[in-house]
Ligand binder design. Structure first.
Ligand code: SAH
Ligand code: SF4
Ligand code: F3S
Length: 455
């Protein structure tokens, strides 16, 4: 059916959810709903949820809770909980959010339109948490940027869904299902369309991109990178996430040899303690991780490295935590994402003994972040005086102090380096999607400042 009205989409969670929300927007668009940023104006509101940590889950419930007031005033408003919490909770979602109309699991997107029709014709409380082997292939194309207010130069493309690794702390295998990969043809087609619409940078998404295509007997991930490297007008290729246990030499060679693949790797280590890594079921040791990093540094000099870390996993002692701190000293990551362990009832670690108290987790997290700040600053400072290639993303939202007084006709623009660092610079004649050379003059904890070469 075709309707008219406005759709408001609120996204919580990882990059995959951002990609999924684009798909949801395009489905709603094909049903006649226009996207709005004004919640009050909406005829349908979708909360695309995340359950990776308790906090993310609470954010979803509190957002949807706010809608009960609007729903009372406007009973025809359709409310949708989509994504990972929806998949996890199913029918139970109505206990906390009684006014919900649709609970749309992570694999139910192709049936979304059908569920809207059902609600429009009077059906109450639709729940769809069924599995689907194929998820994205049948959904509308989003390459024309119509799901955004403005064009974007950098976009995500999910190449595989689900996860079979079962790390003991993690809900993903339970909320995203078994691992399955899209076909290379389908992926290349989508990226070519994106390139035709002005996109210059692609980030390929999967929970463990190293095992791309293995189950399906398709080409390997490094081979897929090779194919994407040939797509005209794509300047940069990034990907996340690599699992250290499956990082192959072929992938390292691909990073080294394929000109568009950025010299940056996100390689989540989670802990520096072998005891904890074992309990997490990560499938590698601290030593193996360090060896992998040294292979990478050897083959890809100057490679930027980032990681994810969990502190306060059940039974983590001060000594285990120190092993993680020492790993940060040893590797010197460019940046880290660190989290306090959060108990997820569907994941095995929830039943582990020796849970760490919240105060201790917070203390460890603060110590870790403080240490990393030192290295992030150090890495950023090392770039002063160097020239970096920047992909221009647009105008800076926040201006540098004093910029207005000194800039004349210049605009403050922003972009990213190959190593994924945010770089601000003044210019009057660059466009989004341009690649330009910037000489770095100043370094801050989270960004760099410089001038275009020749300026
Ligand atoms: N597939 C990716 C990560 C997906 S989740 C990988 O294997 O690395 C993103 C990050 O969230 C994880 O790397 C982990 O650091 C963190 N995370 C996952 N479950 C968590 C939990 N229960 N508590 C705290 N952090 C968690
Ligand atoms: Fe979760 Fe581990 Fe799978 Fe990553 S690899 S999504 S942390 S189970
Ligand atoms: Fe969250 Fe689901 Fe992503 S749990 S991190 S939105 S896969």
């Amino acid at each position: 059916m075709k309707y008219s009205g406005y759709a408001y989409i609120y996204t919580i969670g990882c990059q995959m959810n951002v990609y999924d929300s684009e798909k949801l927007a395009s489905i709603l668009n094909s049903y006649g709903f226009e996207k709005t940023d004004d919640m009050e104006k909406a005829d349908i509101v979708v909360c695309n949820t995340c359950s990776i940590r308790h906090k993310a889950e609470e954010k979803a419930f509190s957002f949807l809770g706010r809608f009960s007031k609007i729903k009372k005033r406007k009973p025809q408003l359709i409310t949708v909980m989509a994504g990972c919490v929806a998949q996890q909770e199913g029918e139970k979602a109505f206990v906390r959010v009684p006014h919900l109309d649709i609970v749309l699991g992570t694999q139910a997107f192709s049936r979304f339109g059908h569920h809207i029709d059902a609600v429009k014709s009077g059906k109450k409380r639709v729940v769809d948490t069924k599995d689907s082997q194929v998820i994205y292939e049948s959904l509308p194309d989003t390459s024309d940027n119509s799901c955004f207010d403005e064009n974007k130069t950098s976009r995500f493309v999910t190449i595989m869904q689900g996860c079979d690794n079962y790390c003991t702390y993690c809900v993903v295998p339970y909320v995203r299902g078994r691992e399955r990969s899209r076909s290379p043809e389908n992926i290349v087609e989508e990226i070519s369309l994106l390139a035709g619409n002005g996109v210059r940078e692609i980030t390929l998404l999967g929970q463990n991109v190293n095992s791309y295509g293995q189950k399906e007997g398709q080409i390997s991930f490094p081979q897929l990178l090779g194919k994407i490297n040939e797509i005209n007008k794509i300047h940069r290729i990034r990907f996340a996430t690599s699992h250290p246990k499956d990082l192959s030499m072929d992938l390292i060679y691909a990073i080294r040899d394929l000109d568009k693949v950025c010299n940056h790797l996100h390689l989540p280590v989670q802990s520096g303690s072998n005891k904890i890594l074992k309990k997490m079921n990560r499938g590698y040791t601290r030593e193996k991780y360090i060896n992998r990093i040294s292979d990478l540094k050897k083959q890809c000099p100057g490679i930027a490295l980032s990681t994810d870390i969990i502190v306060g996993f059940p039974s983590e002692t001060d000594e285990d935590f120190n092993d993680t701190m020492n790993l940060l000293h040893e590797i010197q990551f460019d940046s880290i994402y660190a989290f306090a362990y959060s108990d997820r009832s569907s994941a095995p670690a929830a039943k582990f003994f020796e849970q760490i108290d919240e105060k201790q987790k917070r203390e460890r997290l603060n110590n870790l972040l403080q240490l990393q700040e030192h290295y992030t600053k150090k890495k950023n400072k090392e770039l002063i005086g160097k020239t970096l290639e920047i992909l221009v993303e647009g105008k800076s939202v926040k201006k540098r102090d004093g910029f207005e007084q000194t800039s004349g006709k210049m605009e403050q623009m922003t972009g990213r380096s190959e190593s994924n660092k945010i770089v601000h610079f003044p210019s009057e004649h660059v466009n989004m999607g341009d690649i330009i050379k910037i000489r770095i003059e100043d370094a801050y904890p989270h960004s760099l400042w410089g001038y275009p070469l020749g300026a």
